[in-house]
Ligand binder design. Structure first.
Ligand code: AP5
Length: 217
């Protein structure tokens, strides 16, 4: 199954992907995580992406499309879930072309719907583990010991783009450049909507209900 997960910054895409991949045996391909990994390794790509990410702008399409084509090319037959990609209509068109060339297509688009005022609290309170990638929240999802990852004892960090100032730009970028994707995908009837302003378990249950039905068809 090939799935695209859409939603504003902080809608819970990364959080939900962790449960989805475990249940449906899919590969989680997060463009943001891949970019952060490239930055941590100090690669040419990572250095190119840095200024865009830190200002809340999108990394240019030509860089992202090439990067994600490479990642998708390594995905298992069972499929993948794309988190953060595509993010522009142009990226979606190129993705469809690339998949179409090998007789494949996107089977489902899951759209997490949430208000901007809810995500501000989520984003500014997010902390993550630089070692294993686990995501926490200072109020909603606390680690057992404050500031320390439950999995490996690493000190948690705040993403450099998780400030209120940068978030304003990220949300503007989302509304202008990524939201039009919903209409793009609506045309082929694959979009499913989820109210994301609920606790993570409730959102997960709604997604599983829909995906279980899709897997059966
Ligand atoms: P990316 O890493 O993709 O960031 P994003 O889309 O802004 O999404 P986030 O990771 O911030 O949010 P999320 O929805 O995954 O939320 P999470 O589950 O962590 O992109 C970063 C940057 O990279 C972009 O700005 C851009 O520069 C560049 N980039 C990436 N892809 C690109 C592309 N395709 N093209 C061009 N540029 C690209 O949850 C957030 C917090 O809320 C957590 O603390 C979590 O614990 C908490 N939480 C989650 N769900 C709930 C819930 N239901 N209730 C309460 N709290 C919750």
């Amino acid at each position: 199954m090939k799935v695209v997960l859409l939603g504003a910054p902080g809608a819970g895409k990364g959080t939900q992907c962790k449960s989805i991949v475990a249940r449906y045996d899919l590969l989680h391909l997060s463009s943001g995580d891949i970019l952060r990994q490239e930055r941590a390794e100090g690669t040419k790509l990572g250095k190119k992406a840095q200024a865009y990410m830190d200002s809340g702008a999108l990394v240019p399409d030509e860089i992202i499309i090439k990067m994600m084509a490479k990642a998708i090319g390594k995905a298992p037959v069972a499929g993948f879930i794309l988190d953060g990609f595509p993010r522009t209509v142009n990226q979606a068109v190129e993705l469809d072309k690339a998949l179409g060339a090998s007789g494949q297509k996107i089977d489902a688009v899951l759209n997490l719907e949430i208000d901007d005022n809810v995500v501000t609290k989520r984003i500014t309170g997010r902390r993550s583990c630089p070692e294993c990638g686990a995501v926490y929240h200072i109020e909603n999802l606390k680690p057992k010991t404050e500031g320390i990852c439950d999995n490996d004892g690493t000190e948690l960090v705040q993403r450099s783009d998780d400030t209120e100032e940068v978030l304003v730009n990220r949300l503007e970028t989302y509304h202008q450049q990524t939201e039009p994707l919903v209409d793009y995908y609506k045309k082929n009837g694959t979009v499913y909507y989820f109210e994301a302003d609920r606790n993570p378990e409730d959102v997960r249950a709604l997604i599983f209900e829909k995906m279980d039905a899709l897997v059966k068809t």
